[in-house]
Design a protein around this ligand. Structure first.
Ligand SMILES: NC(=O)c1ccc[n+]([C@@H]2O[C@H](COP(=O)([O-])OP(=O)(O)OC[C@H]3O[C@@H](n4cnc5c(N)ncnc54)[C@H](O)[C@@H]3O)[C@@H](O)[C@H]2O)c1
Length: 314
C-alpha cells in the first residue's frame, strides 16, 4: 500500500477510525471503497473525500454478503463504544461474526488480503499487565459486554481458521483505546466524554474513584500501524497489539483535559459499571519489531488536536 493503485475495501469506513484510515489510504494513492450502514458512522466524517475520484462510499450492512473486486480489505465495521454496542447486542455479535464470515468469504473469492480490527477487549479483565498477544484473556461470556468481547474473539477465531484452512493472507490488529477528532460526542467513551463535558462546563463524570488506568493512542498513530501491518509479508498474521503503552489513571486524564480546555468543571464520581476493566495496557513489543512502529503523538498533543475538533462541532 505504498503509493500503489491497490483497490482497498474499508468496512465501517464512515466511523471514527475508518474515516481517518480512508483518508490516509486515498493519500497514498489507493482506490478506496468504503462500506458502512451508518449505524454509528456519519457521512460528514467523509465529506472531504466524497468528490475524490479515488474514493467511493456504499451503504451496506456487512451481515449480508458483498460482491466487489478488491485487493485488500480492512474490516472495521462494528459499533465500538459500550453505549452503542449494548444498544442492540444481538446485532453487535452478528456484525462481528456474520460480518467476519462475509468479509473472509469475499477475501477468499477475490484472493484479497484482509485485516481485522480486533480489540484489547479480547483480554477481558486481565490478570497480567501489560498484556502480550500470547495472553488468552479473562472474559465473561454472559455479561453485558460479552456481545462485543466474545463477538470479536469469535471473529479472530474465524480469521485464523480461514488462514489455516484456506491459506488466506490475514492480519489481526488488537486495538487499544484510541482517540482523536471525529469520535462521537455522545458515545460515552472516556476521552470524548471528558472533553465535551469540560467544553460545556458540565461536571466531569468519573466512574469509580478514577484510579483505574487506561492507555490512549492517538488516531494517526493507529492508522499508521494498521497500514504497516497490512504491508507485512504473507504469513505474518499477528495478532499484534496496537496502542500506546503509556498508562494514565482516569483521574489524571480528567485533570489534563481540565487544564488544556481551561475549564472550571467540577469532578463527579459515580458507581463503576459491571465488567469495567481495572487496568489496560498494551505490550507493543511485536509492533515495534515487526512493524517498526511505535506511537509518536503524546497524550497532551493528541488531546489538544481533539479538543480543537470538538470545540468546532459541539
Ligand atoms: N476506537 C477505539 O478505541 C477502538 C478500540 C478497539 C477496537 N476498535 C475497533 O475499531 C473499529 C472501528 O471503531 P471506531 O472507534 O471507529 O467505531 P465507530 O463506531 O466510529 O465505527 C464503526 C463503524 O462501523 C459501522 N458499522 C457498524 N455495524 C455495521 C454493519 N453491520 N455493517 C456496516 N457497517 C457497520 C458504523 O456505522 C461505523 O461507521 C471497530 O471494529 C472497533 O471494534 C476501536
Amino acid at each position: 500500500m505504498k503509493g500503489s493503485r491497490d483497490r482497498v475495501l474499508v468496512t465501517g469506513g464512515a466511523g471514527f477510525l475508518g474515516s481517518h484510515l480512508c483518508e490516509s489510504l486515498v493519500d497514498v494513492g489507493c482506490e478506496v471503497l468504503c462500506v458502512d450502514n451508518f449505524y454509528t458512522g456519519r457521512r460528514q466524517n467523509l465529506a472531504h473525500l466524497l468528490s475524490n475520484p479515488r474514493f467511493e462510499l456504499i451503504r451496506h450492512d456487512i451481515t449480508f454478503p458483498l460482491y466487489v473486486e478488491v485487493d485488500a480489505i480492512y474490516n472495521l465495521a462494528c459499533p465500538a463504544s459500550p453505549i452503542h454496542y449494548q444498544f442492540d447486542p444481538v446485532q453487535t455479535t452478528k456484525t462481528s461474526v456474520h460480518g467476519a464470515i462475509n468479509m473472509l468469504g469475499l477475501a477468499k473469492r477475490v484472493k484479497a488480503k484482509i485485516l481485522q480490527a480486533s480489540t484489547s477487549e479480547v483480554y477481558g479483565d486481565p490478570e497480567i499487565h501489560p498484556q502480550p498477544e500470547t495472553y488468552w484473556g479473562r472474559v465473561n461470556p454472559i455479561g453485558a459486554r460479552s456481545c462485543y468481547d466474545e463477538g470479536k474473539r469469535c471473529a479472530e477465531t474465524l480469521f485464523f481458521d480461514y488462514y489455516r484452512q484456506h491459506g488466506l493472507d490475514i492480519k489481526v490488529a488488537r486495538i487499544f483505546n484510541t482517540y482523536g477528532p471525529r469520535m462521537h460526542p455522545n458515545d460515552g467513551r472516556v476521552v470524548s466524554n471528558f472533553i465535551v463535558q469540560a467544553l460545556r462546563g458540565d461536571a466531569i463524570t468519573i466512574y469509580g474513584d478514577g484510579s483505574q488506568t487506561r492507555s490512549f493512542c492517538y488516531v494517526d498513530d493507529l492508522v499508521d500501524a494498521m497500514m504497516r501491518l497490512m504491508t507485512t509479508e504473507p504469513g505474518f498474521t499477528g495478532p499484534v497489539n496496537i496502542g500506546n503503552p503509556t498508562e494514565f489513571t482516569v483521574l489524571q486524564l480528567a485533570q489534563l483535559v481540565l487544564r488544556l480546555t481551561g475549564s472550571s468543571s467540577s469532578l463527579q464520581f459515580r458507581e463503576l459499571p459491571s465488567d469495567d476493566p481495572r487496568q489496560r495496557q498494551p505490550d507493543i513489543g511485536i509492533a515495534r519489531t515487526h512493524l517498526g512502529w511505535e506511537p509518536r503523538v503524546s497524550l497532551e498533543e493528541g488531546l489538544r488536536r481533539t479538543i480543537g475538533y470538538f470545540a468546532g462541532v459541539i
